[in-house]
Write a protein that binds this ligand. Sequence first.
Ligand code: SF4
Length: 390
Amino acid sequence: MSVYVHIPFCDYRCRYCNFVFETGWSPALLQKTLDAIVAEASRELERCTREGIEPRFHTLYLGGGTPGIIPPNQIVPFFSRLNDALGVSGSWQEVGFEVNPENVTPELLAELAEAGVNRLSVGLQSFSTERLQLLGRWCTRETNLRALELLSRHWRGSWSADLMTGLPGEAGGQGQTWRELKSDLETLLAFEPPHVSLYSLIVEPETALHSLISSKKLTAASAPMQDQLWLSAKSHLEHHGFEWYEISNFARPGNRSLHNPVYWRMDHWMGLGPGAEGNLVARDAKGEYRPLRTRNDRLFPWLTGGESARTEELLTAPEYLLEHFLTGWRTSDGLSATRLAQVFQNLPAHLELCLTDDQRLALNRHLEALPDFEAAELRPNWLVALQDLS
Ligand code: SF4
């Protein structure tokens, strides 16, 4: 069992972001939220017992929002209360914590290490102050470099840096080029990161970025340009000794994240905090899998609603299978017929997996675009899995 904790506060709203968070917060509201997360941990443990799951905890990740806004002197007490609520007495295999560069201070790093955090994820996104401003970020090239210098001097654990590709440009100007992205990668690699996450910028509906691009105040990167940037960055990182293991993730040998593959393998994870999703895969009395997806809504309904704010949805077998396919295809391991057979051994003998027309067209486009060697790796697994199931 892994645990994801969502800290729903940010100091500002990045133009591309559609996550669940609030920018108006006070120390009292933060404290109330941390207390509610600890209380939810106890309730979720009870839910596991009701579902017949005996969790052995493995990885913990604090994401957001911006976990780095938690004042350093509250970090150790919060982790200690969370561990008590979950009944964790030994150490976790991995405890990850997301920070924005402007939050990194020697005090925060010391408290995180003291609390047992052993992997930081730093959201740099770019080393271009101009591009960062277009994204609505408050950090600059200098803030990012300073954060990396502090990490080099004060952080002994593992860490990962996030960079974005396909960054927009001013109207009439140019979006991010490969030359710029390569320079960002080289600046980052000088700090010897054990892990790099490379995210293609997605222009989500109802974000400020979407309105700016729709009204032609900014220009977005085209899909072929995004693809080209990703392919070039992938070969650059591989050339520098990184292994690609998931669409956005690259690690030096021995430095893959332990937490994120839990989502890609669709193992159990507990979601705590508003905006956090959980996935508990229990079995019913007949031994059939019951994939239970739990969700929270926004901050205030969650703060006042207690257990009733977390909704439960029992996924149908085709929905769960489709998620397995989509997450499996994002990874270098691809889809595992063995894993599918383990998870879906008790599915009804005749399973119909239906896609909408849009989904089918998108899937077809992706399959056609796969180079032959990848298709050769993927298709036999896929076909064997389908044959096993039918
Ligand atoms: S700091 Fe992160 S969570 Fe907050 S608005 Fe920016 S991208 Fe979204």
